[in-house]
Write a protein that binds this ligand. Structure first.
Ligand code: TPP
Ligand code: MG
Length: 466
């Protein structure tokens, strides 16, 4: 912070430490003019502090405590500039024309849709067009911009460009909304993940993203929420009765396809329930079946989460979803504590790999100290599994020979239960799927943080199952 921000005039020399200024000193450092500290004032201050501390201890609810402390701060919101700008009408009209006449339209829904509170508007457009909405790939999506239980939710984009290309081949027009087209984890041939025949309509607030990697037929710059609402109106005016009939039949086809995909995954989950340690799907399915509607989930269990919650339709609200975007490990544990502070009335679940958890484990102490009731589930496979899968995917010779350097966390395995307890968080190890569901369902009601360590199969899959 500059001196000006502290209130000193620009160009003024700051006073040397301990030298009295015209202003009343905010505090006095002992040994640097401490003699000015009046003993009576000190005693009164001590008594006040003790009284305040006693009051804090007697306060059982951490929310009340924070609210009271916050009430003493000056928290008046500054007047903010509303930067949202409606997109040009002419551009939206072009977008509506291209989309209305599409035979097989699809939607790519990026994080900026939910960040701009435009999910409802996107759902309306998807329903009108009878188009499936596909969210960003599991390695990059960050937020979820389409409800995973909606019949038109077309799951996440696959990871690698050959699969993305295959996945998108069925569409003739794509509406891309609030999404970086296309963030990919690791470069793979073919470089062009979007098939050449697809006509792109891109609505975004980030001008840099429109047409950055792929040429668009219609680029629409402006506010996502009002842009989508206006696009929907224009579609309604543009679509002929023939278009409407086609959209309805497309919608029916996609809805039954998506429901079959969900049923199939659910059946696969049931099949895997007997394996010990649990498979990633058995763990995620056991979580999915007890997720309340208003849950906030923070995902940083790299090879365990596998977009299963999306694919099982378990994320019914889109606001409560936070995932990685760029892979700097260690943010998940702290993020979940922040989310709980922001939303004290919503249950908060962090799903963390044991590796990722270790990058920010000290946050458990903060959760215990401030009694912040987050539920932490550790997907513990005792290794940095993604690095093995990634190395094999890149066909590194050592990896193909089954040799990995320093990727096991097993001699010794980290005892996360004891570690969590040492940091003040109640913890247990759970190996059974039913018990996992029961303990989780109970944890949503708790007023304390809790950690559940779940052993996960040590066998690495051949490839990521995103
Ligand atoms: C700060 C940081 N250091 C190292 C890495 C490299 N890295 C990426 S994934 C990963 C392992 C994650 O292990 P874990 O959380 O146990 O998940 P798993 O792959 O076993 O599912 C590592 C070390 C990183 N992304 N960020
Ligand atoms: Mg691991």
């Amino acid at each position: 912070m500059s001196h000006e921000q502290h209130g000193g005039a620009a160009g003024e020399e700051p006073a040397a430490p301990g030298v009295p200024t015209d202003e009343e000193p905010a505090f006095v450092v002992p040994g640097e003019g401490a003699e000015v500290l009046d003993a009576e004032v000190a005693l009164a201050a001590d008594a006040e502090t003790e009284a305040a501390e006693a009051e804090v201890e007697a306060e059982p609810d951490w929310r009340d405590r924070y609210l009271r402390e916050a009430a003493e701060l000056e928290l008046t919101m500054p007047a903010r500039l509303d930067t949202r700008t409606r997109p040009p009408r002419a551009a939206l009209r072009c977008a509506a024309e291209v989309l209305a006449s599409a035979k097989r339209p699809g939607i790519l829904a990026g994080s900026r849709v939910v960040e701009r509170d435009a999910v409802r508007e996107l759902v309306a457009v998807a329903e009108r067009l009878g188009a499936p909405a596909i969210s960003e790939s599991g390695t990059t999506h960050g937020r979820l911009s389409f409800p995973a239980d909606h019949p038109l939710y077309g799951q996440c984009l696959p990871l690698w460009s050959p699969e993305v290309r295959e996945r998108l081949a069925e569409f003739d027009v794509l509406l891309v909304c609030g999404m970086d087209l296309l963030r990919q984890y690791v470069y793979h041939e073919p470089s062009r993940a979007i098939p050449e025949h697809i006509r792109l309509v891109h609505l975004d607030e980030d001008a840099w993203q429109i047409g950055k990697n792929y040429p668009v037929e219609v680029g629409v710059l402006g506010d996502t929420k009002s842009g989508l609402a206006e696009l929907d109106e224009l579609l309604s005016a543009t679509m002929t009765p023939q278009h409407v009939t086609e959209a309805k039949s497309r919608r029916a086809v996609y809805e039954s396809k998506h429901s079959a995909q969900r049923d199939q995954l659910q059946a696969e989950f049931q099949k895997q329930l007997d394996a010990r340690p649990l498979t990633p799907l058995a763990m995620m399915g056991s979580i999915a079946r007890v997720l309340p509607e208003n849950i906030a989930v923070i995902e940083e269990a790299v090879t365990t989460t596998n977009t299963y919650l999306e694919r099982l339709g378990a994320h019914r609200n889109t606001t409560g979803y936070f995932a990685h975007r760029g892979w700097a490990l260690g943010w998940g544990l702290g993020c979940s504590i922040g989310v709980k502070l922001a939303w004290p009335d919503r249950p908060v679940l962090a799903i963390l790999g044991e590796g990722a958890a270790m990058y920010g484990i000290q946050g458990l102490w903060s959760a215990a100290h401030h009694r912040i009731p987050v539920t932490f589930v550790i997907a513990n496979n005792a290794q940095y599994q993604i690095l093995k899968v990634g190395a094999r995917g890149l066909q590194l010779p050592q990896a193909l020979a089954g040799k990995f350097e320093s990727l096991e966390i097993n001699e010794p395995e980290v005892d996360l239960v004891s570690l969590a307890r040492s940091l003040g968080v109640e913890a247990e190890r759970i190996t059974e799927p039913d018990q996992l569901s029961d303990v989780l369902a109970e944890s949503w009601k708790s007023d304390r943080p809790r950690l559940i360590d779940v052993p996960i199969t040590r066998k690495s899959p051949e490839r990521m199952e995103y």
